[in-house]
Design a protein around this ligand. Structure first.
Ligand code: FES
Length: 321
């Protein structure tokens, strides 16, 4: 193998193609096969993610129309990732696949990873640059592109090299493609049954997660005023500045007249989380940790939940106690 690399350094691209191809195929198929990506009431859904990143992204203004067609857009992302991964793995139209991978990574960098601190800890910028060798140099050896080029050479009488190797690539590639199509079909079937379950559940989604223990109750406690009680919708949350730390925090009213306070700073690396809904809770735009409406972590990388901030009702005002 080392001899081959010495003769043609493009053999090194096989490692990159293997990792990028597998990752993108997995990312695409797991979105279609997973239950939460298309379920707008789930904290990890595409809609929740769009809501979380819109305010922080430099292209947030472009996401409005996407939000309204999130199902179609989600399918497009999943199909795009699967196509990029398949093309990269098989080395078929590898430059086109690499261009697609670059564009997907760029859009994720400008949205999901934009708030990563420090900036180089976001994965998407790494993927963006990882595609550049394939974009510039093509797939290299052991690829359908190489086999097709060889066949063209043969037909034009320019001679053949490594014909057996490339024939094996074609057979293996077609077998892999068949397996991917079968996996995709299984994922779509699973999505269909998941969508049916969601439809059966109907409007009950908005009621899920409402049973959060009250940490405050109507009283006349003195403290720093936060906002008028009427500014916090029932079943919703309002972001304010914590008068003690100056950091953002949320005041929630999950049940009429019962107010709770939560720190809006993600315990993972300090980004500001976004409130999605009473059922879906909070999403952090930086690395997509999710929290339920009580602040408990429901998906990492955050290891702990959002800190509780004591609040209470004083007259018509919510105060920090
Ligand atoms: S800062 Fe990393 S998940 Fe929130």
């Amino acid at each position: 193998m080392l001899d081959r690399v010495r003769q043609d350094p493009r053999w090194i691209l096989l490692v990159l193609r293997g990792y990028l191809g597998f990752t993108f195929v997995y990312a695409g198929l797991s979105k279609v096969g997973g239950r939460s990506f298309f379920d707008s009431s789930a904290p990890g859904s595409l809609q929740a993610t769009l809501l979380a990143v819109r305010a922080h992204s430099p292209i947030g203004g472009l996401l409005g129309p996407v939000e309204h067609h999130s199902f179609a857009f989600g399918l497009l992302i999943a199909a795009g990732e699967t196509a990029v991964g398949t093309g990269t793995l098989l080395g078929l139209w590898a430059r086109v696949a690499a261009l697609g991978g670059t564009l997907i990574s760029l859009s994720l960098f400008l949205t999901v990873s934009w708030d990563a601190t420090p900036w180089y800890t976001g994965a998407d910028i790494v993927y963006l640059f990882a595609f550049t060798p394939l974009l510039l140099g093509g797939a290299g050896p052991l690829s359908l592109d190489a086999w097709l080029a060889l066949r063209r050479d043969r037909e034009s009488g320019a001679g053949a090299r490594d014909a057996d190797v490339n024939r094996r690539v074609l057979v293996t590639g077609l077998a892999a493609l068949g397996a991917l199509i079968a996996l995709g079909a299984a994922g779509l079937a699973r999505l269909g049954s998941s969508a049916a379950r969601t439809a059966t559940a109907g409007g009950r989604a908005s009621d899920r997660g409402a049973a959060v223990p009250a940490t405050s109750s109507p009283s006349s406690t003195s403290g720093a005023g936060l906002l008028a009680a009427s500014a916090v919708p029932v079943g919703g949350a309002t972001e304010v500045a914590d008068p003690q730390s100056g950091d953002p925090m949320y005041v929630l009213q999950l049940r009429p007249g019962v107010f709770t306070g939560l720190d809006a700073i993600c315990p993972h690396q300090g980004c500001t989380v976004s409130f999605v809904s009473a059922a879906a809770g909070f999403v952090c735009p930086c690395h997509l940790s999710t929290f339920d409406s009580s602040g408990a972590v429901t998906q990492g990388p955050a290891a702990v939940g959002l800190a509780t901030i004591p609040v209470s009702l004083s007259g018509n005002e919510i105060v920090r106690t």
